[in-house]
Design a protein around this ligand. Sequence first.
Ligand code: HEM
Ligand code: HEM
Length: 190
Amino acid sequence: MSSDTMEAGSKTGSLQRYARVQIALHWIIALIIFGMVPVGLVMTRLDPSNLTNLLYELHKSFGLIVFGLVVIRIAARFILGAPPLEPNMPRWQIMAARVSHGALYVLMVLVPLTGWAATSACCAPVNLFWTIPLTLPIGGGFDTAGPIFLLHNIFTMAMVALVLIHAVAALYHHYSMKDDTLRKMMPRKR
Ligand code: HEM
Ligand code: HEM
């Protein structure tokens, strides 16, 4: 995952971007996660009702989709690499980018995985949109699920904090440093 110097995607003019599939996955996953967090916070605070059940089902199903997309995205990252970081970036920023990107990948796996594992332990079945059964073989009921849900919450909050810093850093590069960091992750103009 640290192969930032590998040639990735294609060259448009002099700008080396992420590959199309990586750009698409980055923004689709980000969009779903931006929806998942408020839905998670709301559904756990509502009284039981049909709406609450609907929100739980959507939360679990889109969470499973995030998990699948992240696995594909990590495979794509190993195969396609990434465009080089901006030249002349100070060493601390290079380290910060590597560490935070790695941590975001780890959290993008752990957040849905803990939700999936805990729900399987306490509250089977876990279905994808009411249909395809995807319950993990984990027993133990609420005693097992409780600590895993706690991890689910902690990892989610850590991911949200890191995403905020990540987004601010991207906007800082774009508007203040005026470099190509953000453009490398933007869809190509037709
Ligand atoms: C990127 C994916 C996910 C994100 C960002 C996310 C986020 C959250 C958040 C913010 C909460 C509310 C925590 C609280 O304040 O109590 C929550 C709760 C919950 N999540 Fe997720 N989640 C994700 C994936 C999943 C998956 C894949 C499942 C199950 C298949 C799942 C099942 C649950 C359940 C059952 C709760 C309620 C826990 C409780 O009652 O304490 N989540 N999630
Ligand atoms: C849930 C939200 C997000 C997650 C989980 C996320 C995650 C990531 C990860 C893991 C990478 C590293 C890609 C790689 O090298 O393989 C990345 C790159 C990038 N992200 Fe995000 N991101 C999110 C939202 C955003 C937002 C809102 C922005 C812009 C405001 C943004 C801008 C960028 C940019 C510009 C890069 C390329 C950085 C570089 O190559 O130097 N991301 N993102």
